[in-house]
Design a protein around this ligand. Structure first.
Ligand code: NAG
Ligand code: NAG
Ligand code: NAG
Ligand code: NAG
Ligand code: NAG
Ligand code: NAG
Ligand code: NAG
Length: 289
């Protein structure tokens, strides 16, 4: 009996280490503390926010393949609105892990803020004191570009452009069916492929999703001409391309992604990442940076 339990304990250790390694901590790309005021410690708003975070986090524990959820807590004027969106290809376990991590980290990234948005590689997590459901918003947004240059940038951007246009078409064509998530790849040369991903929150209409993706994508020539990788992350839609596979079955086998530089201000990225240049724009900015 004693031997059996020792074995059981060793087995448990082994299993738990498998579980820990099987679900690595999601990678925070950026947390944006928006300029929508602060709440007081111990206020009703804080109480409601804590309820909301717990509720979203426990909702994510029973996903059944869903990638999106919205939820409110409390009553006006202290009502808190929250939502999460997992990347369309991740498993329930990865989504759940990302949402749970985000719901814990969001309080430490932007303490006492009434509105925060965090983008991870695997999910987006967001809360606010105003309704944020079914509204197409392009800001605040974060743009990250991998500063390594491609050879033949004109042709490279042309291929990225064609790939993106095709993905936007597919993501918004029959949105109820397609969940507003699309990936695509294209050959650049004999040894290099371009991998792309586009996603909207599925509470948007197909036409809003298209408008959102087209608008954020139109910033590419300004931010990311000829760059080997780029992401534009907004509240309602996002896209990313890389010259290595980073989604689906590839994700596990992908090389460690080049990591973003520490961004300016008090907005935080998980670690200082080589090669990446990050810019962000807020509500009050008139035009794309
Ligand atoms: C959210 O909070 C800000 C700052 O306190 C306030 O100006 C704004 O009116 C609030 N919005 C809503 C919908 O309550
Ligand atoms: C908030 O409540 C906790 C526990 O009731 C208390 O220890 C703390 O001092 C309070 N903080 C403020 C700023 O009122
Ligand atoms: C989520 O948003 C939709 C659209 O606004 C709304 O109908 C639904 O009630 C919301 N869900 C929750 C839990 O608030
Ligand atoms: C393909 O393009 C990449 C990126 O510019 C370059 O590093 C690689 O050498 C190219 N391969 C071929 C076969 O031209
Ligand atoms: C869109 O998806 C719905 C639901 O699956 C399906 O009934 C409909 O035929 C599709 N429409 C087109 C144009 O493919
Ligand atoms: C993509 O190509 C189309 C057609 O050539 C062009 O009008 C558009 O500006 C390009 N978009 C980007 C973001 O480069
Ligand atoms: C960062 O936060 C500190 C302390 O809250 C503040 O003094 C500083 O001005 C902030 N920096 C920026 C760039 O917002």
């Amino acid at each position: 009996m004693a031997i059996f339990s020792e074995r059981a304990i060793v087995l448990l250790f082994f299993l738990s280490s498998l579980i820990i390694h099987g679900s690595p901590k999601p990678d925070l790309f950026y947390s944006l503390c928006t300029e929508n005021g602060n709440y007081e410690p111990n206020s009703t708003y804080q109480y409601n926010l804590n309820l909301l975070l717990t509720s979203l986090s426990s909702n994510a524990a029973t996903l059944n393949g869903r990638k999106f959820h919205n939820q409110t807590a409390g009553q006006a004027p202290d009502m808190v609105y929250g939502l999460y969106l997992c990347r369309g290809d991740v498993t329930d376990a990865v989504c759940q892990n990302c949402v749970q991590t985000a719901s814990q980290e969001i309080l430490t990234k932007c303490p006492n803020r009434k509105e925060v948005i965090s983008w991870y590689d695997q999910c987006m997590f967001r809360y606010s004191n105003r309704s944020i459901f079914s509204i197409m918003e392009e800001r605040p947004s974060v743009t990250g570009s991998n500063e390594l240059e491609m050879e033949d940038p004109d042709r490279f951007d042309q291929i990225v452009n064609e790939t993106m246009v095709g993905m936007i078409e597919k993501a918004t064509y029959n949105s109820s069916e397609r969940d507003m998530f699309e990936t695509g790849e294209a050959k650049f040369n004999a040894s290099t492929k371009i991998y792309g991903l586009a996603q909207c929150t599925p509470d948007l209409s197909g036409s809003d999703c298209r408008r959102c993706l087209e608008n954020i994508f139109s910033r590419i020539p300004n931010c990311c001409y000829g760059k080997q990788g780029a992401r534009i992350l907004g509240p309602s839609c996002n896209f990313r391309y890389e010259v290595y596979p980073f989604y689906g079955d590839f994700a596990a086998a992908a090389p460690l992604a080049p990591s973003p530089l520490s961004p300016p201000g008090n907005n935080t990225a998980s670690e200082s990442k080589q090669y990446w240049l990050i810019r962000f724009s807020t509500f009050f900015e008139a035009s794309p940076s």
